[in-house]
Design a protein around this ligand. Structure first.
Ligand SMILES: O=C[C@H](O)COP(=O)(O)O
Length: 252
């Protein structure tokens, strides 16, 4: 039985004090169940303080991106080793906003996934189609290509430990959620693609999240689907109460 993974992606929001207050408020209220993992994906400046604050709690800390190189002349970038050295355990890779605004490509996502595993970081790899692609019936092919390229060259064990987040771009921050059936259909396809690349046994271990306007009101229905094992949540993860409700839904 796969556990549910609820990741709150704060994107470029909050200041240091807000981040601390958030953790202070949620840490004692998080469900202690092993059925759910709760993660906050925070901006780089807050990672060190959050790792420190979440020690001995169920809350895990993720970065929202990273470079794939070990070190070097990459002004403004953060390396996988820097994240691991801080105690960060997850990293979001290939988010559609990174692909759109910062030239992230399937190739760089693949390099980053390899770099993450090299430093014992668990990658949360985002894939998803635009509205145009959905309307042209290209969703399945597009997502298949993104997943295949992102996982290229990984061992079966690494694939099993990768989290894939399916985020239809048209549903991000728009209030338009994919219906739970639409979301599950694509998540099932992703699992089939992974099974083709590796084996059914490995594909059955992969956590596949849905993301795109997830909120307390729709999370239960999404998590009840056969191939949706969690959520990558933007807006509704910013307030402690709402984040806690999402995590509680994952513990049910
Ligand atoms: O990483 C999270 C996603 O981009 C979803 O954002 P949203 O929940 O605000 O739609």
């Amino acid at each position: 039985m796969r556990k549910k993974v609820i990741a709150g992606n704060w994107k470029m929001n909050k200041l240091a004090n807000d981040a601390n207050q958030f953790v202070d408020e949620v840490k004692s209220k998080l469900p202690q169940s092993e059925k759910v993992e709760a993660i906050v994906c925070a901006p780089f400046p807050f990672l060190a303080q959050l790792v420190e604050k979440t020690k001995d709690t169920k809350l895990k800390v993720a970065a929202q991106t990273m470079h794939y190189e070990e070190s070097g002349a990459y002004t403004g970038e953060v390396s996988p080793e820097m994240l691991a050295d801080l105690g960060v355990t997850y990293v979001v890779l290939g988010h559609s906003e990174r692909r759109e605004y910062y030239n992230e490509t399937d190739e760089t996502v693949n390099k980053k996934v390899h770099a993450a595993f090299k430093h014992q970081l668990t990658p949360i790899v985002c894939v998803g189609e635009t509205l145009e692609q959905r309307e042209a019936n290209e969703t399945m092919d597009h997502v298949e290509m993104q997943v295949t390229k992102a996982l290229e060259g990984l061992s079966e064990e690494q694939v099993a430990n990768t989290i894939v987040a399916y985020e239809p771009i048209w549903a991000i921050g728009t209030g338009k959620t994919a219906t739970s059936e639409q979301a599950n259909e694509v998540c099932t396809h992703i699992r089939e693609v992974i099974a083709k690349l590796t084996s059914k046994e490995t594909a059955d271990k992969v956590i596949i999240q849905y993301g795109g306007s997830v909120k307390p009101a729709n999370v239960e229905e999404l998590l009840a689907q056969s191939d949706i094992d969690g959520a990558l949540v933007g807006g509704a993860s910013l307030e402690p109460d709402s984040f806690l409700q999402l995590v509680e839904a994952g513990a049910k």
